[in-house]
Write a protein that binds this ligand. Structure first.
Ligand code: HEC
Ligand code: HEC
Length: 414
């Protein structure tokens, strides 16, 4: 440091920029949550915990310690919480995440809140369980950068308090399988319900305002959100807001020649090689291919997982590439539909003819999905987004929103 100081302010600035941010600590918002929250699905919560990895308070505490510990990364500077910060509803607030040595990835960090209910993990669902998921960021070169999972384990195994904790919880010294199980156990405690909307569904008519009530109606009718953000189209889903499926909704597709990328992926990536897919998804343009990287099926080109929408107000920016700043931008995207340029677009995306009032109402509904824990942040964030949306609506295209559904081009064989 002293050497750097003598080199002058330019160098000092550079060093300050390269210095990673302090690792976020758990704080009150990072503690294990009660499963008895208004709106929480008791049976599904029990069912989401794998029978071969039962939760105990000691295991959860060990997982929590690991989740916030930079020593899991190659140079000690990056923890899970760097990108999944409880103060930001377990996201990082960036369009795409920044890992060790300031390396920027291709994808937006989803929240860990309620991730235990996910049928698959990651935007493209490349793994199923939280246990499998936790292994990948540790060794990804733009995230925590360890040369191998064993290298991370060796680092942890050299720390006496971890030796003790692993022995107490698992009856064995630190090892990869148990390390992942402990982290997953902690994540499995991050339930987030108790939003104004949950109180409304539970019978309190005053829990949300009229705009949010109209927004909930629109969500299930004219705005067509329930086509994907609901467990089924037959019944209203007030819990998960996802069909656990993958769709191409036209995000980022204009910037990429997906057919050429699909050919490249077929050459470059071994089918089913999860760690190769992980690198392609976070480090290359092939990221835009989404679910195709896993299934190699043309219908999955640029298809991404439907995210649940709880706490969405405080987990921006939006979409797998963090390309949209506000919920108004998200609504403008859906309202105009998309189609002309994108043969793989989901058939449920079409012009919606929503008025400005309708859009405000759906945003009010989405805001009502903010858990009590994030109430204060939500109020501030809604004001910020509303202010921005008054002057800047880059996605708005009223003519298309109220126009006919455009003819879609036929898919090319990749
Ligand atoms: C450098 C930032 C970064 C770090 C460090 C990081 N993550 Fe992530 N995390 C991401 C990004 C970005 C994604 C989405 C990647 C994708 O879908 O391709 C993600 C996805 C996830 C998901 C899937 C959630 C969902 O809804 O699909 C979970 C769970 C998760 N991370 C947990 C962890 C754990 C546990 C650690 C530490 C072992 C960790 N992350 C470290 C950025 C990070
Ligand atoms: C055809 C299926 C489909 C329909 C219809 C749909 N969505 Fe989505 N939604 C998705 C998928 C898939 C993503 C992720 C896409 C991506 O990132 O590339 C997404 C992402 C989002 C996001 C961003 C969430 C985040 O964490 O970044 C919001 C907000 C959202 N949708 C709200 C809505 C609303 C409101 C409607 C109705 C106006 C709607 N969606 C209609 C499938 C759909």
């Amino acid at each position: 440091m002293r050497v750097v100081l003598s080199l002058g302010t330019g160098t000092l600035l550079l060093v300050a920029m390269l210095k990673p941010p302090a690792i976020p600590q758990a704080g009150p918002l990072g503690q294990p949550k009660s499963p008895k929250q208004v709106g929480a699905p008791a049976d599904a919560t029990r069912a989401a915990i794998p029978f071969d990895n039962p939760q105990t308070p000691e295991k959860i505490a060990l997982g929590q310690k690991l989740f916030f510990d930079g020593r899991l990364s190659a140079d000690g500077t990056v923890a899970c919480s760097t990108c999944h910060n409880p103060a930001r509803a377990f996201t990082d607030g960036r369009p795409t995440s920044v890992g060790i040595n300031g390396r920027i990835g291709q994808r937006n960090a989803p929240t860990i809140l309620n991730a235990l209910y996910n049928k698959t993990q990651f935007w493209d669902g490349r793994v199923k369980t939280l246990e499998e998921q936790a292994a990948l960021p540790i060794v990804n070169p733009v995230e925590m950068g360890q040369p191998s999972l064993d290298a991370a384990v060796a680092r942890i195994a050299a720390i006496p308090e971890y030796q003790d904790a692993f022995r107490k919880v698992f009856g064995a010294p630190p090892n990869a399988r148990d390390l992942l199980r402990a982290i997953a156990s902690y994540e499995g405690t991050q339930l987030s319900f108790d939003a104004p909307f949950d109180h409304f569904i539970a019978g309190d008519q005053n829990a949300i305002d009229d705009a949010a009530k109209r927004g909930w109606e629109l969500f299930n009718t004219r705005a067509r959100c329930n086509k994907c953000h609901a467990l089924s189209e037959q019944k209203r889903d007030a819990t998960y807001f996802t069909d656990n499926d993958f769709h191409n909704i036209g995000i980022g597709i204009i910037r990429h020649n997906v057919v050429a990328l699909a050919r490249q992926a077929e050459q470059a990536i071994k089918s089913g090689d999860t760690s190769q897919i992980d690198r392609a998804a976070l480090q290359t343009d092939m990221s835009a291919l989404g679910r195709f990287l896993i299934t190699r099926s043309a219908r999955d080109i640029a298809a991404f997982k439907t995210p649940g929408l709880r706490n969405v107000l405080v987990t921006g920016p939006y979409f797998h590439d963090g390309s949209q700043e506000t919920l108004w931008d998200v609504m403008d995207h859906y309202n105009k539909g998309d189609g002309l340029q994108n043969p793989y677009l989901d058939e449920d995306i079409q012009p919606l003819a929503l008025t400005e009032g309708d859009i405000d109402d759906v945003v009010a509904f989405l805001a009502s999905l903010t858990s009590a824990d994030y109430k204060a942040q939500g109020i501030k964030e809604l004001a910020r987004q509303r202010e921005l949306s008054r002057t800047n609506r880059p996605q708005r295209d009223t003519a298309r929103a109220f126009g006919p559904k455009p003819q879609q081009p036929k898919p090319q064989r990749p």
